[in-house]
Design a binder for this molecule. Sequence first.
Ligand SMILES: C[S@@+](CC[C@H](N)C(=O)[O-])C[C@H]1O[C@@H](n2cnc3c(N)ncnc32)[C@H](O)[C@@H]1O
Length: 225
Amino acid sequence: MAYDPPKNRSNPLRIRTTLRAIEDWWFDTTRSIETCIHLPHPERDQIVGELRDSLTYSPVRANNVRSSLRDLPIHNYSDYTFIDIGSGKGRVLFVAAEFPFRHVLGVEFATPIHQHAVANIQRFSHWRQKCPSIESINANAMEYEFPNENLILYLCNPFGPEVLQQMLANLEESFRANPRSIILILLWPERAQQVAKTAYMQPYRQTRRYHIYQMIQDPPPRTLS
Ligand SMILES: C[S@@+](CC[C@H](N)C(=O)[O-])C[C@H]1O[C@@H](n2cnc3c(N)ncnc32)[C@H](O)[C@@H]1O
């Protein structure tokens, strides 16, 4: 893919946008993948389940994902499966695969985007890769059944409050049926208040860029100060 410099912007913004475009281009080129190009909403017949308040594909900066993954309250990454909910073309999966997770999984409801991720996974190769097991599945987060394993769940605002509520209800039910270690990362946490209200969900870390929560069966009672 040829590099296309941004036009008609103020200088500092143009420099920042240009640097970001180069960073994204470098990420893809060194891994033989394509995750940069933003996409419009898929047609209704190109998605699994319902659209509701789902958002479109737009990838995050790899470094922001790395920072949050280095900050997890775990010792052995290999005890966990990493899941990106709304995984798009798979950029976050390739960042997560730099850590020795047991398995790295993406859930993407738009079939053409999921197929693009599958092609990326087939081509992907990089010296930083520590997890050999990467997969994209074509499913809707509203109906997704969480695996009965220790989980790191990652969300970067893939949808609005309606889909999120249903996903959190499914997660709560899954945890109640099979209590295990479940950790949730919100990158650019726009829906933090909604997540914090979920049963068993305890805050672990809150920064400007990301929040991390842990599901705990018997959390200590909150003290009033
Ligand atoms: C903002 S992009 C995030 C891409 C990637 N996770 C990242 O952080 O770079 C959101 C993605 O979520 C997908 N998505 C939106 N609603 C979804 C749903 N209900 N179930 C599964 N995927 C969904 C969109 O198609 C899009 O690819």
